[in-house]
Design a protein around this ligand. Structure first.
Ligand SMILES: [Zn+2]
Length: 139
């Protein structure tokens, strides 16, 4: 996974310094370490990065995350929490529990197909999509 961030950086002309590489590694390992509901914000990423290299400042984490986002490596989510959260680009959708903030990821072929059809109906090729569902857990 880190490998894929590195490859994308190379392809996009993003230079990877040691600090950026550490940040890339922390982002790559997010779901493997914390589970698929993990969508860390910058403060959380900074905490994790600091454990590996305390010399990295929160400003560097901010800048690097922005750089990765602009290069199309990271996706920024808001989830109505007021905080920007990040994850590697992926093709899944999200269901957010508005009481607990829990985030459930899902992929649904039927929804994907419908989205494609809508774009085509309007004369477009679909290049990206985003779907967020907000719910309250049934008792
Ligand atoms: Zn996600």
């Amino acid at each position: 996974m880190t490998d894929s961030i590195e490859k994308k950086c190379l392809a996009n002309g993003v230079k990877l310094t040691d600090q950026r590489r550490t940040i890339a590694r922390v982002i790559s390992e997010s779901k493997k370490t914390y589970g698929e509901a993990d969508h860390p914000d910058v403060d959380e990423l900074y905490k994790r990065v600091s454990n590996i290299d305390p010399k990295i400042s929160i400003a560097t984490v901010y800048r690097t995350v922005k750089l990765f986002e602009e290069a199309g490596i990271l996706t920024k989510h808001d989830f109505k929490t007021g905080k920007a959260r990040y994850e590697l680009n992926d093709d899944h959708n999200h269901l957010i529990d508005i009481k607990t903030g829990e985030i459930i990821e899902f992929v649904d072929e039927e929804i994907n197909l419908i989205q494609k059809k809508i774009a085509e109906k309007h004369g477009y090729n679909l290049v990206d999509h985003r779907l967020e569902l907000y719910g309250v857990k049934k008792k």
